[in-house]
Design a protein around this ligand. Sequence first.
Ligand code: SF4
Length: 152
Amino acid sequence: MPSVPAVDPAESDDMSTPGPRLRGHHLICLQFVHGGGHTAEFARNVLRTIDRLTEEEGTVVTGPDDLCEKCLWLVDGACVNETEGEDIVRILDALALQLLGLNPGDAFDYGTTSASMTRLLEQWRDLACAGCPSEDACAPLIELTCRFQPHE
Ligand code: SF4
């Protein structure tokens, strides 16, 4: 896994960036997690974000993003997810960005990112999914996506 700088929970990107703001691992996980295991407000926000991403470019951010904003695990600007937490989440963010060839601050097109993501999904599953609280919810769709890779 790539190294990740020490976490300063106060460190987050400018909230005024145009378009939906996503942290690295959400560029991949948003394809599979639609709010299961979270609150209804979180689920609605996920769907709203996906909807926006079909119409406008998103921006890669460091730290909490537009999805985290409605998550009960976001406390004082840091993820306090009991199995992951901000340190681990930032490692996953860095891994996802490395695989996708993106950097914080980059604009991204959700359709293009989705296409790239399907090609690296098996690698992502092997490196990142084990032990994630959403693993069981995501597994069937990830399995299907891996099995029916588009032919080059
Ligand atoms: S669990 Fe953590 S990384 Fe995931 S949406 Fe919530 S605050 Fe963000």
